[in-house]
Ligand binder design. Structure first.
Ligand SMILES: Nc1nc2c(c(=O)[nH]1)N[C@@H](CN(C=O)c1ccc(C(=O)N[C@@H](CCC(=O)O)C(=O)O)cc1)CN2
Length: 297
């Protein structure tokens, strides 16, 4: 029987453990604060940010939300980041991606104080991660590691194929999985749109992580019996539903489930874990900035 990995349940457990860390911070007089910044009218981005704010409320993190008109000059976003960097009540800053075309994404990432960069996207944090001593693991890759752990899939010695080479998921996940640490020690192949014969690569994998943003690209024909399949994609495709769309992953769930040993669904797989690990990084950030030792799940 294929194990359908319940990301909502794993995320719930992490949130519940984090509540204890937040209580411990409270005993030391610290209330963790997370600022989310949205400069977009993209409905998916709006949904993610409001879910992140709701998560903060649920666990006792002080959530601050800033919205910037997507037509406003880029300087408005840069100035907002400068102000949040200076605010002692804000321990974590997240600028929801993507930002509008007229905004320089690299300037945004470089501008966030690296100690408040709970996405782990600042070059200083990327460097630390690649060197093997991450300050903040990026939320989605960290969430993928936690899902593997929850499914009892130890990456050590396994062949992992990651489909997608983004800065947010593919590249940091590959780096985490090759490290000489728990939930690492894997042999990783990173595939992308120019990879020849993708199916030949995925059929050789023990673990396939689909993170390419192409709806249902990976199907059962591309998998070997027993493979662990982690689907990072959350794509809105037109459908005859109340909302006018349905969510599908980068994996064709029905055919992949026939072959997989374990598989994450969409929704309810990696997405909730991305949000849970953001809370984790915010708690870690508050501890680091206020010099309080916090136990993390
Ligand atoms: N600054 C950042 N921007 C973005 C990141 C990021 O890590 N940092 N990642 C992606 C997507 N993302 C985060 O914002 C994200 C994706 C999905 C979910 C989620 O909870 N999905 C739910 C379904 C939600 C729905 O109903 O639409 C699920 O899969 O069950 C949360 C966050 C983009 N930008």
């Amino acid at each position: 029987m294929t194990h359908v990995i319940d990301g909502n349940a794993v995320a719930d457990e992490i949130r519940s453990d984090l509540s204890e860390s937040i209580d411990a911070l409270g005993d030391a007089g610290v209330e963790p604060g997370l600022a989310t910044v949205l400069m977009s009218e993209d409905p998916a981005s709006e949904t993610y940010v409001s879910m992140k704010q709701r998560d903060c409320e649920e666990v006792g993190i002080d959530g601050i939300h800033v919205e910037i008109d997507p037509e406003a000059p880029a300087e408005e976003l840069y100035d907002t980041i400068d102000e949040l960097n200076e605010d002692p009540e804000v321990h974590g800053i997240l600028v929801q991606m993507p930002v509008p075309d007229h905004v320089d994404e690299r300037e945004v990432l470089n501008r966030i104080d690296p100690v408040k960069d709970v996405d782990g996207f600042h070059p200083e944090n990327v460097g630390k991660l690649v060197a093997g001593h991450a300050r903040y693991k990026p939320c989605t890759p960290h969430g993928v590691q936690k899902l593997l752990e929850a499914a009892d899939v130890d990456p050590e010695g396994k062949d992992v194929v990651i489909v997608g080479r983004s800065n947010i998921v593919g590249k940091p996940l590959a780096n985490l999985l090759i490290q000489k640490t728990d939930l690492g020690n894997a042999t990783v192949t990173v595939c992308h749109s120019r990879t020849n014969d993708l199916g030949a690569k995925t059929r050789n994998a023990d673990v396939v992580v689909a993170a390419c943003g192409v709806p249902q690209l990976v199907d059962g024909e591309m998998l070997t019996e027993g493979t662990t399949v982690i689907d990072v994609g959350v794509n809105r495709v037109d459908a005859d539903t109340d909302k006018g769309y349905e969510l599908v992953g980068d994996v064709d769930f029905e055919s992949a489930k026939e072959k997989a040993g374990a598989i994450t669904p969409v929704p309810g797989g990696v997405g909730p874990m991305t949000r849970a690990m953001l809370l984790y990084n915010t708690v870690k950030a508050a501890g680091l900035q206020k010099d309080v030792d916090v136990e993390l799940p």
